[in-house]
Write a protein that binds this ligand. Sequence first.
Ligand SMILES: [Zn+2]
Length: 65
Amino acid sequence: MPQVFWVTCPFCGTKFTAEKVIWDRDDPLLCPQCLEHFKRADSPAIETVWPVTFQDLRTFSRRAD
Ligand SMILES: [Zn+2]
């Protein structure tokens, strides 16, 4: 079973899942609802099923400024 994370689209607010490989590579995410691309750091809400690293948390807090 692949590891996935929940991400929220910053454009339309749709919540959907993406595979962890996208997280690891910091690839752009594609919203299935509005078809907009965005980086995971631009998502207003992310939920992982694995422990996030300090580096990941720093990325989130930087975007919250
Ligand atoms: Zn969207």
